[in-house]
Design a protein around this ligand. Structure first.
Ligand code: PDD
Length: 285
């Protein structure tokens, strides 16, 4: 039975209850994070908490949890749930109101919920063992605040489902100018002539923590060139490699886009080198 955290207490998941009047339930009015841990070690803990604090301030939720409080919650959940490889889900909603009214209510306490779940071991930088992704593509029909890690994920969920129903693992999204934005639950990259190219941070994409760490690691190493700029779908279709990143995937190589092989249809050399560097550097954040 997994042990979860709810509003200051640890309890079996089956005992965790919130009100149906919680604004997270009624409006998707909240912010969340997913932080991976391997053998009890958290990956990117500080930047994940920083992004959550920023998300909470974007939507005017005040919560007095320090970074040490969050660390204690994450480490306690890992320990109470048996260690090993676990993802930690953190969720802060605006809280429970007595009525359903759109305006932010005064004087309600945020609801804070956290649980952990088992995750697969991190990918090894080996072409032969890594999971190969097949993806669809479609126009991005989400909202214009994709930089906020909101719990209101219906747009993402509907897009993911489109890819899933087509028999694929993910879906790459593009805007009205035919420029790639991101995946439904991950950031997206192409590799062309040895350069890794990914869209710049703006309202169209989530500022992924895996993205932040990967770009920093690649720039510090210097052996692979990195560009942050708009990427057209033409470039995506003619890329040598396509990658997706997220906390649960690390760097995922895409071998097929809309039924057509990416590059030579095999996991690329640049992926292998980047995953090797990422595996070596990811605990430094
Ligand atoms: N998804 N873009 C979107 C839309 C995402 O949902 C995610 C993460 C990312 C990658 O962010 P990060 O590297 O910080 O995980 C990009 C999480 C894991 C999820 O919703 O489960």
């Amino acid at each position: 039975m997994s042990i979860v955290y709810l509003n200051g207490e640890y309890m079996p998941m089956s005992e965790a209850k919130i009100s149906p009047m919680d604004r997270g339930f009624l409006f998707g009015d909240g912010i969340y994070e997913v932080i991976p841990s391997y053998d009890g070690k958290l990956v990117g803990f500080a930047p994940h908490i920083e992004r959550m604090d920023q998300g909470l301030s974007f939507i005017d939720i005040e919560l007095d949890y320090s970074i040490d409080t969050w660390r204690d919650i994450c480490e306690t959940l890992i320990e109470k749930n048996g260690g090993g490889n676990q993802g930690i889900y953190l969720h802060v909603s605006r809280g429970t109101d007595s009525k359903r009214f759109h305006a932010y209510p005064d004087n309600i306490a945020p609801t804070v919920y956290a649980f952990s779940f088992e995750i697969a071991p991190a990918p090894k930088p080996e072409k032969g063992t890594v999971k190969q992704y097949k993806v669809s593509s479609t126009q991005d029909l989400r909202w214009k605040r994709c930089n906020i890690k909101s719990t209101a994920l219906l747009g993402n969920v509907m897009h993911f489902q489109q890819g899933y129903e087509a028999g694929n693992n993910e879906i790459i999204l593009y805007n009205a100018n035919d420029e790639m934005t991101e995946g439904s639950a991950c950031n997206a990259y192409i590799v062309k002539d040895g350069t890794v190219i990914t869209p710049p941070l703006d309202h169209q994409i989530l500022p992924g923590i895996t993205r932040l760490m990967l770009l920093d690691i690649l720039r510090k190493d210097g052996s692979i060139k990195v560009e942050e700029r708009a990427v057209t779908m033409d470039e995506v279709r003619n890329a040598d490699e396509i990658w997706l990143t997220s906390s649960s995937k690390e760097i995922a190589p895409v071998v097929e886009l809309d039924g057509t092989p990416v590059g030579d249809g095999k996991v690329g050399d640049v992926w292998e080198q980047a995953q090797r560097l990422y595996s070596a550097g990811k605990y430094d954040y």
